[in-house]
Ligand binder design. Sequence first.
Ligand code: PLP
Length: 270
Amino acid sequence: MPKNLYKAVLGEADIPTHWYNIVPDFPTPPAPPLHPGTGQPLVPDDLTALFPMGLIEQEASAERWIEIPEPVREIYRLWRPSPLYRAFRLEQALGTKARIYYKYEGSSPVGSHKANSSVPQAYFNKIAGRTRLTTETGAGQWGAALAFAAEVFGLECDIWQVRSSFEGKPYRSAQMAVFGAKAVGSPSELTEVGRQLRLKFPDTSGSLGMAISEAIEEAAKDPNASYSLGSVLNLVLLHQTVIGQEVLVVVVVVCQGLGLWACSGSEFIF
Ligand SMILES: Cc1ncc(COP(=O)(O)O)c(C=O)c1O
């Protein structure tokens, strides 16, 4: 990379057309997730109460490249490609000879990378006919990202926000409300598990586990609802590969411009 590059900003034509699935790169396939009740590997039917088939297929896919639907790319266009910055001042502060680059995902409408997955998750729910999404949030970033995506595709969105975060960061639930979502402090009175937790731990500040339990209970009992989550699943990792793919495009464009290398993205060693 040239010494004086402060930031690289690609054009819209460089927004990836496919997500990259790392599963085919494993020497052996990853172990399947287990059913919490039976301890047996999950099968797609176990998941249909919580997720639409389009997302279950992605979760189970062994295909290397998975096409990004055009309506999702259209929303990605609001902030993608995201800029790649060089952290000159951090390098100076550390006194390192290494060059430090970072991909700035804060340019998304919700200020984080989480919209890279919330948008496709909302889209695949929409085309499956689901009308409502539930989720948990800790810091509030995932909740805000899902609220935004639900609004884009005209879905209702209910968010259980860890109580300490709900009380300490009211601007986060306000941000979710701006996108039309409803955030509630967890544990709440709205679910069976929430009521039990409040009885057992009246002073609890909440936890992600509690909030997850509430969001899952609510999705499981409403046939029109799905549960969404912003980490853990392979499909979330899949959606986030747009970031690395854009980095590779910058590397190729810059290097070819300098006449240094003729390389394709996947062959380049950074
Ligand atoms: C499953 C799950 N849900 C929610 C969160 C919280 O996300 P946020 O802090 O963006 O609200 C995390 C954070 O890692 C998570 O792993």
